[in-house]
Write a protein that binds this ligand. Structure first.
Ligand code: ACO
Length: 329
């Protein structure tokens, strides 16, 4: 019988822009306070990309790190996937811009849009392509620059987001199977709660759409919060069930870093102690598609995880979309 193709995680990498924007800096921009932001979100500071530093640049730097860690050359991958909702341009894809920077022509490259759940969706797509035997080594990136689609006059949203990118190199393997499970979900009936109204075909760009700030994120925060918690709990429990592992087997739980109160509520409902939950939101803010992979990379590089550890990633985002994955490092 033909042996099943497994997926090995060869390496991870991440990159955050240098510029730091603190809550105190935000106090000078909108009517807010460090106290309010810290208490409601857990965020203390976030990184902000430069004008000439598009999403593909962050993706490139994270990918270089991941290749170094994986000890392979970029030209050894045969597919590039970039999860993002803040592409350099509508088209070509950010994956194609990244491909150009990596100088690996010919391999397929495409973007994946699933908001903050993008990286988990990407794991599912990469796993399916590798298991099918069609592709052997895939570069999967989660990269976003939410600060470039932020309304800096709206205190409800501008305090939440940051920029960053994370990358993972996955490979076909007959010895390892590091992606133990993936569970995905979406419900488009919530598409009116977190969105960017203009610039697409529904509401093309005009002078009015710019003046009305319709090219920036609009969010009904309370409703997002209300749906996010049960969906993240559901996804985490399903992925754990499908992995055949028990909660006590999970060394580290890495939730989407959107809000400390969401993270605490999800951990409590799942029944995982907070010391097993990875948190870096205080220094990153919400970096959308990049949250889980940059957190995973930090957990690995800081020594909090060692080879063989079981980790669960879970995310939730605009759409709404949600997803979870149990992996072995
Ligand atoms: N500084 C000071 N006051 C503020 C700020 C701010 N930055 N933002 C809002 N307020 C005010 C509001 O105007 C309101 O004032 P009012 O009572 O005079 O009207 C008051 O604070 C309370 O506002 P609420 O919206 O009720 O605050 P809430 O406790 O719901 O917290 C928050 C808001 C943090 C956005 C919360 O709803 C939340 O975390 N929601 C989840 C949204 C999220 O994380 N989105 C990220 C993208 S989706 C994702 O990644 C999961």
């Amino acid at each position: 019988m033909k042996k099943k193709i497994g997926v090995k995680i060869l390496g991870t990498g991440s990159y955050f822009p240098e510029k730091v924007l603190t809550n105190l800096d935000l106090e000078k921009i909108v009517d807010t306070s460090d106290e309010w932001i810290s208490a409601r979100t857990g965020i203390k500071e976030r990184r902000v990309s430069e004008k000439n530093e598009p999403t593909s640049e962050l993706a490139f730097r994270a990918s270089v790190e991941a290749f170094k860690f994986a000890n392979i050359l970029p030209k050894q991958v045969d597919m590039i996937i970039v999860a993002t909702i803040t592409p350099d341009m509508f088209f070509p894809s950010t994956a194609c811009f990244l491909q150009r920077k990596l100088n690996i022509p010919s391999v397929p490259a495409f973007d994946l849009s699933a908001s903050c759940s993008g990286f988990i969706y990407g794991i599912s797509v990469a796993k399916a392509f590798i298991e099918s035997g069609l592709y052997k080594k895939i570069l999967l990136v989660g990269a976003d620059e939410l600060t470039k689609i932020t309304d800096w006059t709206d205190r409800n949203t501008c305090v939440l987001f940051g920029d960053g990118a994370g990358a993972m190199v996955l490979s076909a393997s007959h010895e390892n199977d590091d992606i133990l499970s993936v569970f995905l979900g979406a419900d488009g009936s919530y598409s009116n709660l977190l969105f960017l109204p203009a610039g697409g075909t529904f509401n093309p760009a005009t002078v009015d759409t710019v003046n009305e700030r319709l090219h920036t994120v609009k969010m009904y925060g309370k409703e997002v919060f209300r749906v996010a918690v049960p969906k993240m709990v559901f996804a985490a429990e399903k992925a754990l069930e499908f992995s055949g592992k028990k909660l006590e087997d999970v060394k580290l739980f890495i939730p989407h870093q959107a809000n400390m109160r969401i993270i605490m509520a999800v951990a409590k409902k799942i029944g995982i102690s907070i010391d097993k939950v990875f948190v870096n939101i205080h220094k990153t803010g919400n970096v959308s598609s990049a949250t889980t992979i940059t957190a995973l990379d930090e957990a690995i590089k800081s020594g909090r995880l060692k080879s063989g550890d079981i980790v669960e990633l879970v995310a939730f985002g605009g759409g709404f979309t949600w997803g979870a994955s149990v992996i072995r490092i």
